[in-house]
Write a protein that binds this ligand. Structure first.
Ligand SMILES: Cc1cc2nc3c(=O)[nH]c(=O)nc-3n(C[C@H](O)[C@H](O)[C@H](O)COP(=O)(O)O)c2cc1C
Ligand code: SF4
Length: 504
């Protein structure tokens, strides 16, 4: 297997060999200093590693399914390959992106809830071109749409759970009338692949949600920032747009912006930096994007799922949507992967338990030990929490979070220290490097875990709590704040896995 150091050197060589002339050309043509062009180009893996060969996913679910062995096979066959951070195909683990960005996997993707018109997303149903929610929103007027959103209790589905109605109202409250709407489709949190399915199966629902948002806040320009690894969803959305651009969406301008391979660009202010052509480094907030967003103008940034919830809310009413939830409002698209029979995306009342979710996904494989409820950022919980509501409030009570609802189940066959190490590698690779506690801290967490896995000496982990505190308190954005959580939560709930022996 290619050691990481050598792999990095090769990457740097690719940047150096292939882009110097390009950097100078772009600098000449744009007047942007070459250092800034180089800085931006080298930040994004799809630009800095254009000819890297196969990209073997090293997200947790793929690791659990044997991605390291798969990577070794590529190298043994003499085929170029590199590791990639999560490519959003956890239901097809282990998965690989071909050089042409096609997904390669032995497993078929896309298990979703069966068709049911009572479900707002209804991923198993068929997409509709009638745009009746948009027509209804025009009848209701801006205040009517906002009242429906408020009544629905819709919390943003991108991770933070911020009320959608409040965000739209904040933009409306700004005196500046040049406003923007951006759909955040950068989905790259390990364990998460729900937005992918919305874009593939219900592209019109998303386009319609964006149109309602734009008309409500008085924006003409609508942007979709989609991770570049999602070529199929991008094509599906563009085809859907072509069907209606001159019909119901006439008067609005939709723009597609492809991400270039940087998880941090899912953070809304890093996304804005990327859209404005710079390195995707989060901004200090406030000001919030609703005040100074894209090009300094008031901007709504919403997640794909949040926006896709809007048309059914407008059509059927906020109270209806709210009543679909168990402990919090609405249904939720839960992603589930790891040690379960049928990984996929299931639309269920917000607040179901892990046991209920796994029952829908065909049951556990093996003896479940732990789970990660909301992507890498949510750390690990013991299986004794299997009946806890998977919602925003209940998970935060136990130091975790619903986040993007990317649930990963681990059984007795997978070492918790290995699992924590997988997440540590992810955060180290994806830290933008802007602030020291995160840049240095993510490296130290990874090194500590590597040391522990090599020696099984608990002393390797002795300063972790202090380090985690420093990272949580001193980081600019959510990445650095939670990057030590997979390790600290695993130590807390599974002390035996970190005391020198094996799993508890
Ligand atoms: C490190 C990091 C990565 C994020 N990645 C995503 C993402 O891929 N997609 C997303 O919608 N939100 C992501 N978010 C949350 C966004 O910053 C933002 O809260 C969200 O897009 C707002 O949409 P919502 O209100 O509809 O949830 C991320 C946040 C952080 C801190
Ligand atoms: S916390 Fe990490 S990812 Fe976030 S701004 Fe700081 S260095 Fe970048």
């Amino acid at each position: 297997m290619l050691p990481k150091g050598a792999q990095r050197d090769r990457v740097l060589k690719v940047v150096h060999d292939t882009s110097q002339e390009e950097v100078e050309r772009v600098s000449r043509e744009t007047g942007v200093p070459a250092a800034d062009v180089y800085g931006a180009a080298s930040f994004y893996t799809l630009i800095s590693q254009p000819d890297a060969g196969a990209r073997v996913c090293q997200g947790l679910s793929c690791r659990m399914a044997g991605s390291q062995e798969l990577f070794a096979d590529y190298l043994e066959r003499g085929e170029p390959a590199i590791y990639a951070s999560c490519i959003g195909q956890c239901d097809r683990a282990p998965a690989v992106l071909s050089p042409k960005m096609a997904v390669v996997s032995q497993r078929s993707a896309g298990a979703v809830s069966a068709a049911n018109p009572e479900l707002p997303m209804n991923l198993g149903g068929s997409d509709s071109l009638d745009y009746s929610a948009l027509a209804r929103s025009r009848e209701l007027g801006g205040e009517g749409v906002l009242a429906a959103l408020d009544a629905s209790g819709l919390q943003g589905r991108g991770g933070a759970g911020f009320p959608a109605g409040r965000k739209w109202r904040a933009v409306l409250g700004e005196t500046e009338t040049e406003r923007y709407v951006i759909c955040n489709a950068d989905e790259a949190e390990p364990g998460t692949f729900k937005d992918r399915e919305v874009m593939l199966r219900r592209p019109h629902l998303l386009l319609e949600g964006l149109a309602i948002c734009a008309e409500t806040i008085g924006a003409k320009e609508v942007y979709l920032y989609i991770r570049g690894e999602f070529q199929e969803p991008i094509a599906r959305l563009k085809a859907a747009l072509a069907e209606v651009a001159d019909g119901p969406l006439a008067g609005l301008n939709y723009h597609f912006v492809e991400g270039h391979g940087a998880y941090i660009c899912g953070e809304e202010t890093a996304l804005l930096e990327a859209m404005e052509g710079r390195r995707g480094m989060p901004r200090i907030k406030p000001p919030y994007p609703t005040q100074e967003g894209f090009r300094g103008k008031p901007t709504v940034i919403n997640n794909v799922e949040t926006l896709a919830c809007v048309p059914p809310i407008v059509l059927r009413g906020g109270e209806w949507f709210k009543g679909l939830g168990r402990t919090e409002a609405g249904t939720k698209l839960y992603c589930i992967s790891g040690h379960v029979e049928t990984p996929g995306v299931y639309e269920l009342p917000l607040g179901v338990s892990l046991d209920e979710l796994v029952a829908v996904a065909g049951g556990y494989v093996g003896e479940p030990v732990a789970f990660s409820p909301g992507g890498a950022s949510s750390g690990f919980l013991p299986i004794s929490e299997r009946e806890r509501a998977l919602d925003f409030a209940s998970l935060s009570e136990v130091g975790s979070m619903l986040g993007s609802a990317g649930v990963v189940v681990l059984n007795e066959t997978f070492d918790l220290a290995e699992a924590a190490c997988s997440q540590a590698i992810f955060f180290e690779d994806e830290s933008c490097g802007q602030c020291a506690p995160c840049r240095i801290g993510t490296r130290l967490v990874h090194q500590a875990l590597k040391g522990y896995l090599e020696t099984r000496d608990p002393n390797a982990l002795e300063h972790i709590e202090d380090l985690a505190w420093e990272m949580e308190e001193g980081s600019i954005c959510g990445l650095g704040m939670v990057a030590a959580l997979p390790l600290t939560s695993a130590i807390k709930h599974f002390p035996a896995a970190f005391s020198g022996g094996g799993q508890a």
